[in-house]
Design a protein around this ligand. Structure first.
Ligand SMILES: [Cu+2]
Length: 283
């Protein structure tokens, strides 16, 4: 029995440690050393994902704990030594109904919030802004169809000496995708030549970028900051080196950025696409 007490104590300590250190270890907008849970949420959808995940985790712990308890009772009370003459009972209607009905109830209780979350993710609300993200081998191109005729490429910074102090290696890019805070952003994504996937963990979004087909997702960032993601579909040699960086700024800063972007990256539809230059830069 002492063993069980010790095991329980150890389990409780580990759970408490994990809960306490979770906040410290959860990266904000990017992964952090020793991270053991999600990156910190920055959108209502991700808030719901975290809540659902936590609820599910407690449900699983309760079920696993209950099953373990039953096993321990069986081992201790019904072994050949402590129970030499076993009972010959084979059926118990009440028990059989209960172990069928209770799991069904638990599954339904899980399914309801799960479907609610799916609908929240898949129904794009009225958007304030649209960003088109095109996955290319191996970088992202962003355009803002609602905001003006400009388009720019976002390439990972390869030379670590060129990284800003706040830019993590392998995630920092030359041109971040910029969006205003507290605005619903519709993301349209497509692959230029193979399937990529647009994913930003803090926003709770992950959607395939498929050639010849536009996929849609949305997010509403509630905090300013830089949020990183990565292409999440194996797309070729440099798959690991096409990060996604989203800078969330105030509405005013966003307007300034759009004005600047319009000048800097004015799109000339007659010009050929920039594959050659980008290919050169990724070498
Ligand atoms: Cu990719």
């Amino acid at each position: 029995m002492l063993v069980f007490k010790r095991l329980t104590a150890a389990a409780v300590t580990i759970c408490a440690l994990m809960a306490g250190l979770d906040a410290v270890w959860a990266g904000d907008g990017k992964p952090s050393d020793w991270q053991i849970n999600f990156q910190q949420s920055a959108t209502p959808v991700m808030d719901d994902i975290v809540r659902f995940h936590t609820g599910l985790l407690y449900t699983i712990i309760a079920i696993a704990g209950f099953v373990l308890l039953l096993l321990v009772i069986v081992i201790v009370r019904f072994n050949a030594r402590s129970n030499p003459i076993p009972s010959r009972n084979t059926h118990n209607t009440l028990l059989e109904v209960a172990w069928t009905v209770i799991p069904v109830v638990i599954l339904v209780a899980i399914a309801v919030p799960s479907f609610r979350l799916l609908f929240l993710q898949l129904n794009t609300p009225q958007a304030d802004l649209t960003v088109k993200a095109t996955g290319k081998q191996w970088f992202w191109t962003y355009s803002y169809p609602d905001s003006g005729k400009f388009e720019f490429d976002s390439l990972m910074i390869r030379d670590v000496t060129k990284l800003r102090a706040d830019q993590p290696r392998l995630l920092g890019v030359d041109n971040e995708m910029v969006v205003p805070v507290n605005k619903t952003v519709r993301v349209l994504t497509i692959g230029a030549e193979v399937i990529h996937a647009f994913s930003v963990p803090s926003f709770g979004i992950k959607i395939d970028s498929v050639p010849g087909r536009i996929n849609e997702t949305w997010f509403k960032a509630t905090r300013e900051g830089i949020y990183y993601g990565q292409c999440s579909e194996l797309c070729g040699r440099e798959h690991a080196f096409m990060p996604i960086a989203v800078r969330v700024v105030s509405e005013q800063a966003f307007a300034t950025w759009v004005d600047e972007a319009k000048r800097k990256w004015a799109r000339d539809d007659s010009a050929p696409t920039n594959f050659a230059a980008a290919d050169q830069a990724t070498r």
